[in-house]
Write a protein that binds this ligand. Sequence first.
Ligand code: FAD
Length: 449
Amino acid sequence: MAVTQRLQKSWLFTRLVCYGCRIYFSTFRRNLSAKIAGLAAKPPKEPVDPSEVKTIVIVGAAFAGYYAAQTLASSLPRNGKYRVIVIEPHSHFNFTWVLPRFCVVEGHEHKAFIPYTPDFFANSPEGIVNWVRDRVVSVERHSVRLAGGDEIAYDFLIVATGSYVSDGLPSRVGADDKESGVELLRGMQARVKTANHIVVAGGGAAGVELATDAASQYPDKSITLVHSRSAVMHRFGLELQTAALDALRELGVTVILEDKVVPGSADGKCITLTSGKTIECDCFINCTGQKPASDIITGLAPKAISPSGHIKVKPTLQIADDTLPNVYVCGDVAETHESNPNSRIASRQAQVAADNVVLAVRGKTPKHTYTPKFGDGVIKLTLGLDRSITHFWDGKSELSFPGKETDLALMCDGAWSAVATTPFEDTGVYKGETVTPASLKLSKAIEEV
Ligand SMILES: Cc1cc2nc3c(=O)[nH]c(=O)nc-3n(C[C@H](O)[C@H](O)[C@H](O)COP(=O)(O)OP(=O)(O)OC[C@H]3O[C@@H](n4cnc5c(N)ncnc54)[C@H](O)[C@@H]3O)c2cc1C
């Protein structure tokens, strides 16, 4: 390796370590100040008039919305005048990271569904977080409409609806309750197990992980990965592209580049590509087509939807529409031009949006801004059941750390612990502080409009 290249890598490594330390200390400082605020807080002396209560509605409870709810619940003034309402159709937090693995490996599927729990809000005043299990179908200027037909008024709104795929697994589960999700994963495992010729469309992270897992679990099956670009993992550096391609080929996966599967062409025996090629296929798995879930905003703020379907935002993460200063957007659905949207970014954005809402309720101007950070591009990619590569690329130089994997469940116990839940104890569907929309009163500010 040339000396300049070696120096560049060392410099990159140093910056990466500093980035990690900065993130760790800023999270530590934030958590500490929230804890101190909690200890110092006194409950309101007199009962609060319900019409004075201001409502912050959060749509979606995953890496962005669930963390926004936690930040708000621990930071809003503790005078009984605020409530947070989370609206989420899923019975459990869907942990996306493990979905490609659990589409292949049997016996761990329940671990992808982490129960929502009041313990996540342990450092918050009792009753501040309210939960509505439903789906928002549209957003109006002062309220949201639910699929169940009800309407919930808001003073502030945080949209954290993430991404969706119409085909469900392996990128999203495609069901709202855990039982159906577990069944869908088992169904996919059975399809993979009984197939002879598997075709995977999409050479991004989900496609590469699923194809390499399937090939290492079932070395005798024919597995083909079809990708439209000239390289798999094309959004990342050359080292990762090469490592992924090498791993696929070593495991016997046939990789077809610069071609696409013709939608609807899978007939149970074969599949057709746009080049006209036909491949044997008795199991087709689509790992493409992830889209931002911005539909609920299109009626209210059509100009804020970008050509890619993301919701345009200001640096404060307020929606890019000056008439809606009380609407914030964070996570995968926000247009923040990330090359590698991921959970760390979603949670960091959630914190910015929530911190700005806290300023706004105090009558101050939102001043926290989100800027993409060096280090956001780190990715850990599994390349079969027993190995992975952690990769970082800053657009010029890159660092790769090959690793051995020993846990088939990809250490998802850590994710359970991170959201205050004992791995893998399912406490059931979150019912604490559940509200029915009919029991909610409009806040005074809204009634007056
Ligand atoms: C297969 C796969 C593997 C991944 N692996 C990693 C990884 O290893 N590391 C990493 O950092 N990132 C990973 N990611 C990326 C990561 O999952 C996303 O960046 C992250 O989930 C974004 O979080 P979010 O909260 O913005 O959106 P989402 O996770 O998409 O969640 C959105 C939430 O909003 C809810 N919602 C949607 N519409 C509505 C509505 N109308 N009303 C009410 N609620 C609604 C949904 O039910 C959902 O709970 C992976 C992604 C995939 C697909």
